[in-house]
Design a protein around this ligand. Structure first.
Ligand code: ADP
Length: 499
């Protein structure tokens, strides 16, 4: 009897494959690093063939490591880096150029044009996104402007566009399926998240023929079968697909409206389930599709913090205050407070809720008795304060008050950070047992679609947190700390603008 779900977790820096059993536990993982190409400052590319080859490589490896046979695998879930744009030839399956990575800023000027043309609000209304070079639409438009031949190919119907999920499914089906799941579609800036279809006005605006677009399918449901040649003559169903952050929300079982997760990595990604309706943000949060199946759709609000783990990296690599990231926890705990020090990590400006590109980083409140430990502690606390600011903004915009926050990602292993997070939020923080929440989410999606698990209720029972952090700070103390943070942040604003 089939007893495993295989997940392809195609990320920015690596391709991974993970096998999950019926208890939702990791049976085996395989991982291969992936190259990023930087042809010019601000430009980031990847080789689509390498994405595909590494992904298939780890798929084979994980089956071996798990001592499994293809026949043990019930089906496949896919989760992927979002927005990264691939253009390939419909006839040969060959990419026309390198993948334009989500981080790539090459189409920033097209976004400026859109704002000047007054499209900002309409784009937000239709797609839930802000005109930014992250999203796929301006990346495709850039490629077409650069190379008129692509446009001709597209007009003849010979060109396929896809995000990474779409590229993998095209290859897994040997070109039989040009499809994408709805969460990935909602990151292209071409998908109307209310009407739930490609938006004709936006296609017209970017001058893109509809024929290049993949068919949009629900995130849960059998959407394709792999070519039998890949897995020992066995055609495996692909049954759950979602972009990485949406998959993590699902993996953290945030199934109810108002449940939220925060992933603490290089930056932080926070998503809150807003239920069956999208919330229109007025303060710079994104509205996006969290998942969908044949009969229903769920939306989420998304906010990101640019600098989280980078604070720890900077203290390690530049200030040499710590020799590794984990040491920050011990140092922070070696003092009872920051001795009045605040660290505003606005290395690249500030995002929500203040949105100031000209803000710059700052450490303030130094006195002669400031110790390294105070500064390190202030650095970790800053990650928690920023999370609190984004979360409160989400609550305000969604009109929902959160009971607890679920956490994951590399920096969530820091107990001091998690406890301080609970303290400043005055809410419970639940840290996931499984660090692979992204892959787990895709496994849950595929597993539900295939009847491996009955429904979300059953999955909720499987989900475990490894540690619960309860708020312990008195209200007065909390207020004082937060007042200090707010004061510090204000001082960092508009620093780059000359007087
Ligand atoms: P990403 O997926 O963005 O690469 P990860 O989830 O792997 O990030 O997390 C890595 C980040 O977490 C790094 O920036 C690192 O400095 C930070 N980090 C890792 N462990 C700790 C820790 N114990 N305390 C604080 N930060 C940590």
């Amino acid at each position: 009897m089939s007893k495993l779900i295989m997940v392809f977790d195609q990320g920015t820096t690596s391709s991974r494959a993970v096998l999950f059993n019926r208890a939702g536990e990791v049976v085996a993982i395989a991982q291969k690093e992936l190259n990023l190409i930087y042809p010019q400052p601000g430009w980031v590319e990847q080789d689509p063939s390498e994405i595909w080859a590494t992904q298939m490589g780890v798929a084979g490896e994980v089956i071996q490591r798990g001592d499994a046979k293809p026949a043990d695998i019930l089906g496949i879930g896919i989760t992927n880096q979002r927005e990264t744009t691939i253009l390939w030839d419909r006839n040969t399956g060959k990419p026309f150029m390198n993948a334009i990575n989500w981080q790539c800023r090459r189409s920033a000027n097209i976004c400026e044009e859109l704002k000047e043309l007054g499209w900002e609000d309409r784009i937000k209304e239709k797609t839930g996104l802000l005109p930014d070079a992250y999203f796929s639409a301006t990346k495709i438009a850039w490629a077409f402007r650069q190379n008129p031949k692509l446009k001709q190919k597209a007009e003849k119907g010979d060109l396929c566009f896809g995000t990474v999920d779409s590229w993998l499914m095209w290859n897994l089906t040997k070109g039989k399926k040009h499809i994408t799941d709805e969460t990935n579609a909602s990151r292209t800036m071409l998908y109307n998240i209310h009407k739930r279809q490609w938006d004709k006005d936006l296609l017209h605006l970017f001058d893109l023929p509809e024929s290049i677009l993949p068919e949009v399918v629900p995130s849960l449901g059998v959407m394709a079968e792999t070519d039998a040649g890949y897995f020992g003559g066995q055609a495996l169903p692909i049954a759950g697909v979602a972009g990485d952050q949406q998959a993590a929300l699902f993996g953290q079982v945030c199934f109810e409206q108002g449940e939220a997760k925060n992933t603490y990595g290089t930056g932080c990604f926070m998503l809150m389930n807003t239920g069956e309706h999208p919330v229109n943000s007025n303060k710079g949060l994104l509205s996006t599709i969290a998942w969908s199946d044949d009969t229903s759709v769920n939306y989420a609000l998304e906010g990101s913090i640019f600098n989280a783990g980078t604070v720890v990296q900077w203290m390690r690599d530049e200030l040499k205050m710590i020799s590794n990231a984990a040491e920050s926890e011990l140092l922070a705990q070696s003092v009872s407070d920051t001795n009045g020090v605040y660290f505003v990590p606005a290395f690249t400006g500030l995002g929500a809720p203040l949105w100031d590109m000209y803000a710059r980083g700052m450490i303030i409140g130094l006195t002669r008795d400031t110790k390294t430990a105070h500064i390190v502690r202030a650095g970790l606390e800053a990650i928690a304060y920023q999370t609190k600011d984004v979360l409160e903004l989400m609550e305000e915009e969604a009109g929902i008050r959160l009971k607890s926050l679920r956490t994951d990602g590399g920096a969530s292993s820091n107990d001091f950070l998690m406890q301080f997070q609970a303290d400043v939020l005055n809410r419970k923080v639940l840290r996931s047992t499984i660090q692979e929440t992204t892959a787990l989410g895709a496994a849950y999606m595929a597993g539900i679609a295939l009847g491996f698990w009955k429904n979300k209720e059953e999955i909720k029972k499987l989900w475990k947190h490894d540690k619960e952090f309860n708020p312990m700070l008195k209200e007065k103390e909390r207020d004082k700390l937060i007042r200090g943070w707010n004061k510090a942040v204000k001082r960092s604003l508009r620093w780059e603008i000359e007087e």
